[in-house]
Write a protein that binds this ligand. Sequence first.
Ligand code: SF4
Length: 297
Amino acid sequence: MHGVKSFLTPLVARYHRSEYLSSDPLEIVHRFLNPRDQEVVALLCAVLAYGNVKQIKRSIEDALGRLAKRGSSPSWVIETAVDEELRSNLKSFIHRFNQGDDLWILFKLISLSWKKYGSVGSHLIHYLKPDDKDFGEALSQMFDDWKIWLKDFPVQSKTFSYLISSPRDGSCCKRWCMLLRWMGRKDHLDLGLWMEGSPLLKEGGIRSSQLVMPLDTHTGRISQYINLTGRKTLNWLAAVEITDRLREISPEDPTQYDFALSRLGILSLCQTKYRAEICTRCELVTVCKFAKRHQND
Ligand code: SF4
């Protein structure tokens, strides 16, 4: 595994940079300075992060515009009633499988987590034990609370469950793993807002070592190419397995490679067919079994 480190490190040096933020919904979170706003916007950005980046960003801007009709900072949803007026503002919102009512439910759950725990981060940390290897069980428990709370909501939506797929159900939970990476590690890209000492937390916090790799078609496929997993199905077990392999080379910060790895797919560099002009210049070519197979064709 240590061989892979020597290829991943230059990949990180090349792509884990602020100049690539524009290809990621995280860019929108960086527009806000107040940690309360950042938490609300990060949650919104993460749950809508499926589809292509252009469409994702358009939907996030649309949702933020609808929130702004009631207050200049998005965190008003944790202080003021999430009510019929907001529901009406969100009415015609649509992002692929999800609609305005799903966001209304999300904002209401966020505001309830704030009332009961002081932030969504504190709610999750409430269930996270210091010796947990990862946050999977804590996230499942937080979702259990949300599912109980939403039974009493006046608005129900069959499509809301798509926003909170749980590790316990076997999903790779890409969007939540990505959110946790934004909140559970800190550098020029990631915010570290759910780490110890954050103004959003009363006590404790997640450690970077407890994060899990966000798996999508790009990071999953590339992880298979470079032998981080042999699994064909990109589920929670695959995400944990890949993270375990990355822990071997970076025990304290296994998801530090995610942003760079996902740029290969998001920037349409690594595709499902071999392209010599890209692959021969790719940092991973020496360890990429897909490239090796096709180089000899
Ligand atoms: S060598 Fe080519 S196929 Fe392999 S990871 Fe790099 S871009 Fe993708």
